[in-house]
Design a binder for this molecule. Structure first.
Ligand SMILES: NC(=O)c1ccc[n+]([C@@H]2O[C@H](COP(=O)([O-])OP(=O)(O)OC[C@H]3O[C@@H](n4cnc5c(N)ncnc54)[C@H](O)[C@@H]3O)[C@@H](O)[C@H]2O)c1
Length: 312
């Protein structure tokens, strides 16, 4: 993508800031973010100046002003935790459902060409079947997953009613620098990496044999760029690595990369956690020409180096 005017909602967050960095070198990129979990620090390494508006996607005036004149919108702004959504379902409805409806409506009004929506593998729910294929019946098992599901339906509906191009990226477990390890719901790689960087032990829920499909964030931003430019309007596309790795294996690899033995403590499994999750990425390969480039070892090496740099 080159010379395109792009708006990234949630662009100061973990994935958003990498996407802004990736697209920012060759495009005119703006960010709309309320900085509720994102931060300006995440955007410090962006090569060119970007236009940042600090406001919520639920602020209609700010949203329509931010949207004006943009060709592509990446809609990443969201509340993102499964357990938090169980505790505060209304907040997830407001931000992820009403917020997404507002983004889609504003995009139509501003004559945006395409919206790429960051959905989640969570929509597949606790189904035991693996790998997850886009044609499976979704079975959301939390308010977070349901909110993403409704977002997907809204994309489909607005595309057919208003002609806006929409693309749904069902993102699996992204990891990499800048992922927040501090929240009680932080993802496993960010928590392990931060703990190892600070010479603390790590906690493994249950037996550690549960698997996830981990995708390095720079591979994810490549896939998102492709979703913005390829002829894939109306498509739902899994974005993952296509490989399942157990949590214990992540711990072992990180300990090996760190070059120090890591204290590991087993704690009770988390109720409601999915046992195994792996993406079928055939569609991403066929429709987007996407193939992950970063091995887990390489991605973990770069991630741990970043967390170590933060502790100095
Ligand atoms: N990280 C993953 O592995 C993963 C997996 C599947 C889907 N996703 C989706 O990708 C997107 C980005 O996730 P992330 O991991 O970077 O999370 P993040 O929390 O780092 O980023 C979300 C960003 O949205 C902003 N935001 C939240 N509510 C907002 C609002 N009302 N108005 C404006 N900005 C708001 C936050 O400040 C933050 O910068 C989310 O939509 C998430 O559901 C992430």
């Amino acid at each position: 993508m080159q010379g395109t005017r792009v708006l990234v909602t949630g662009g100061a967050g973990f994935i958003g800031s990498h996407l802004v960095e990736h697209l920012g070198a060759w495009n005119d990129v703006a960010v709309l973010d309320d900085l509720s979990t994102g931060s300006l620090r995440n955007l410090e390494t962006v090569p060119r100046e970007i236009r940042l508006k600090r406001a919520s996607i639920r602020n209609r005036k700010a949203l329509s002003a931010a949207m004006a004149g943009h060709e592509i919108v990446y809609h990443l702004a969201a509340k993102t935790s499964v357990p938090d959504s169980v505790a505060h379902p209304e907040a997830y409805w407001r931000t992820n459902v009403q917020g997404t409806l507002a983004v889609l409506k504003a995009a139509v009004d501003a004559k945006v060409r395409r919206v790429v929506f960051a959905s989640s593998a969570a929509v597949y729910g606790s189904s035991e079947e693996n790998p997850k294929v886009e044609t499976m019946r979704p079975a959301p098992a939390s308010p977070y997953a349901s909110s993403k599901m409704v977002g997907e339906f809204a994309c489909e509906e607005i595309a057919s009613l208003k002609g806006l191009e929409t693309v749904v990226a069902r993102i699996f477990n992204a990891y990499g620098p800048r992922q927040d390890p501090t929240s009680p719901y932080a993802s496993v790689i960010s928590k392990f990496s931060a703990s190892i960087a600070e010479n603390r032990g790590i906690e493994i829920f249950g037996d550690g044999a549960q698997t996830r499909d981990f995708l390095y964030v720079e591979d994810l931003t490549t896939a998102l760029e492709l979703a913005g430019e390829r002829p894939v309007a109306g498509q739902i596309i899994n974005v993952g690595s296509g490989t399942a790795t157990s949590v214990s294996e992540v711990a072992r690899l990180l300990s090996e990369i760190a070059g120090v033995p890591v204290r590991m403590k087993r704690v009770d499994p988390r109720p409601g956690d999915v046992r195994d999750s792996r993406a079928d990425i055939t569609k991403a390969a066929e429709k987007l020409g996407f193939a992950p480039q970063t091995s887990l070892r390489e991605g973990l090496t770069r991630t741990l180096a970043w967390y170590r740099a933060q502790t100095h």
